[in-house]
Structure formats: C-alpha cells, structure tokens
Design a protein around this ligand. Structure first.
Ligand SMILES: Cc1cc2nc3c(=O)[nH]c(=O)nc-3n(C[C@H](O)[C@H](O)[C@H](O)COP(=O)(O)O)c2cc1C
Length: 357
C-alpha cells in the first residue's frame, strides 16, 4: 500500500512519464475533439452531497453484491485493450491484484492474454464482447470464455464503428506487437466475411448472448432512459452507463449527468453500473449516491498498471481508503445508506440575482 499523500492523483502524470508517448496517447485519447473525454472527470466533481449526521459510522462497509456475488468493493475493472503494452504482465497483473482485492475484472475481447490464464489467477471475471455482423463467428470466443470461468458477458453497444481519433504522436498500432492483442480469436478471424462489427445490434442480441453463453448479460455503453428500459425488457441483468470514456461519439453527455435518469428508468429491474472519469473515492461516492450499483475503472486502472500488479493493488487499497473516508464523512455505513446523498446542484440558486445588480 502506498502512503504517499495524493498518490492516486499522481498516477496519470507518472504514467505519462513512464510510458512510450504513443502508448500514453492511446490511453488518454478521446474521439475527435475530446470534448466528452475532457468533461468526464469534472462532471463527477460537480455532483454535490448532503451528508447525514448523528449516525454511528464506527464501522463502514463499501461492499456490494453484483450479479448475485458479493464484492467487498463497489468498483470493478473496465475492459481495456492493450494492457500488455502498459505493462509486460498486462491482464495477468490486473487480474492478480483485482482477485486479491475481491473485485470483478471485465476482460476485453481484444485482450492480449489467453482467457485460461486469466481464469487461473482466481479473479472473478466477465467477458466483454463486441458482436460481429455474422453472430456465429462470436460463438468460439464465447465458448472459450465460459470454459475459462467467465461469469457474465458484457455486450459493448456503443461501437458500431471505432470512432476517429487524432493521435498527436502517430498511431500506437504502428509500433505495437500485434501479438499483444486479440489472442483469444481464432487465427484468421479478421479476414473472414462477417467479422466486421455489427451495425444492426438490437435487443434480440441480449437474448442470443444469454442463450449461447448461459450467462447473465450486461449491456455497456448506454446513456439514455429509453435504451435502458429496452435492455431490461429484453432480459439484461445489468445496464452500464458509459460513453466509452469519450472514445466513441464525441460531445456525448457525461455519464455523471446521465446516471440518475437511467437509475430511475430501470427502477430496480436490473443492476446499473457506470464508468467514465472516475478517479477518486469522492467520485465513487457520487456515483453510488446517484444510484449506481458499481463503478468501473478504465484509465485509472491502466495508469496503475504501469506499476504492475503492485500498482493495481495499491490502486484498490487507496480507493478503498478514500471511499471509506467519504462514506464516514457522509454519515453512511453502507452503500445502501448513500442513495439519497448526491444531487446535481440547481443551476440557479434561489439567492442569486436574476439580473446583474
Ligand atoms: C485504452 C482504452 C481501451 C479501451 N478498450 C475497450 C475495449 O476493448 N472494450 C470496451 O468495451 N471498452 C473499452 N474501453 C472503454 C472502457 O471500458 C471504459 O468505458 C472507459 O475507459 C471509462 O472511462 P475512464 O477511462 O475515464 O474510466 C477502453 C478505454 C480505454 C481508455
């Protein structure tokens, strides 16, 4: 565990210094003008709390239950590509540290480590899937993931195409060893007709995935109440509020701004997760307070992974310490106590003058 003050806040800068420029650029980049990517962190810090007082917070417990399994922490690791370019041990380091913290790890279908090896770490893991135009081509990967111990499938729904990025220092893909990605696909997969990303995803795909895998299905990448309702009606076990870290449709609204609307629409019919710009325990509390069942960490986990398994372990611990302090200060013993805690401040407070004095 790190005892350095503001260790978490320094992670991004340390990653910038440690990584080859094209790899760091790949982590931070957003789509197009990065409007959404740049707004994500500030959106969480605009949420305001109304803490409880006169409550016993001697013991606080941030544990949650996700898809029927207990998790001692209310966060998990979001799926990200190229973990092995961030650290040679890549997904294995992420998995070992996350297993020790008791959290869940979502493994990208583009992962550079075989599912079997990730499963052997003992981490609880979910497979993230992009479905291809020809759905049958996804079946071997689903089977492999189930056999290696995946306990849910996360369907990424916001990526009919990969959005254009303007990498400043050249593309990471010019230098990265292709063996670091997509090792769980059959050889020659990308050359097959129908392997391009599906542009016709629909609610029926939720049912199809559940049927093929026998696992609960989570839909990742929505920001709207109506989409969330359609997913739940189609049998999704959870919906995941996300704009892909600002890497898909630029100018998409921040997830902090969308979350409460989705929670209200789902109304307990499924679990609700959120990601995008979560960087601290106060951000975790804001998300829980707006009704999320869990938050997921994308870039923060990648920055920690620069320091390998120890870095990710320190991230889990620092975030646990920060979240417990935030819970205590908010007068909340458990995540259930946080539900009426957070609000978006009114745009105009009653005492503000309506016209310049
Ligand atoms: C470098 C990088 C690679 C990513 N790769 C994937 C991926 O393979 N599949 C996916 O569903 N999302 C992917 N994402 C999106 C993350 O799962 C997540 O939605 C996003 O990073 C959350 O925002 P944050 O980075 O601000 O926490 C990626 C994000 C980053 C930063």
């Amino acid at each position: 565990m790190s005892t350095e003050a503001r260790w978490l806040e320094g992670l991004e800068e340390r990653a910038r210094r440690a990584l080859p420029p094209t790899v760091f650029e790949y982590l931070v980049e957003g789509a197009r003008d990065s409007v959404t990517a740049n707004e994500a962190v500030a959106a969480w810090s605009s949420v305001r709390f109304r803490p409880h007082v006169l409550r016993d917070v001697t013991q606080v417990d941030p544990a949650v239950t996700l898809l029927g399994h207990p998790s001692p922490v209310p966060w998990g690791i979001a799926p990200t590509t190229l973990q092995r370019a961030v650290h040679p041990e890549g997904e294995l380091a992420m998995a070992r540290a996350t297993a020790a913290a008791g959290g869940v790890m979502v493994v990208s279908s583009n992962a550079g480590t075989p599912f079997e090896q990730i499963g052997e770490t003992g981490v609880r893991w979910w497979l993230q899937a992009y479905l291809p135009a020809d759905r049958t081509l996804a079946e071997p990967m689903l089977e492999r993931a189930v056999a290696a111990g995946a306990t849910a499938v996360v369907l990424t729904a916001d990526t009919p195409v990969v959005a254009t990025k303007y990498a400043a220092g050249g593309s990471v893909w010019d230098n990265v060893d292709r063996g670091m990605v997509r090792v769980n696909f059959d050889p020659g997969y990308d050359d097959r007709a129908g392997s391009e990303k599906a542009n016709d995803l629909g609610p029926h795909d939720i049912d199809w995935l559940a049927d093929k895998s026998g696992l609960p299905v989570v839909v990742k990448g929505l920001t709207r109440a109506d989409d969330a309702r359609r997913c739940v009606q189609a049998g999704a076990s959870a919906v995941w509020v996300s704009n892909h870290g600002g890497r898909q449709l630029d100018r998409a609204l921040s997830t902090a701004a969308c979350l409460a609307e989705v929670v209200a629409a789902v109304d307990g019919g499924a679990e609700v997760y959120v990601d995008g710009g979560v960087r601290s325990g106060l951000d975790v509390l804001a998300a829980l307070g707006l009704g999320a069942d869990a938050v997921f960490l994308g870039r923060l986990a990648l920055y920690a992974l620069v320091e390998g398994e120890a870095g990710v372990a320190a991230l889990h611990e620092e975030l646990r310490v920060q979240t417990c302090e935030a819970l205590r200060l908010a007068g909340c013993r458990t995540v259930a106590d946080t539900r009426d805690l957070a609000a978006h401040p009114p745009e105009r407070l009653p005492w503000q003058p309506t016209s310049p004095l």
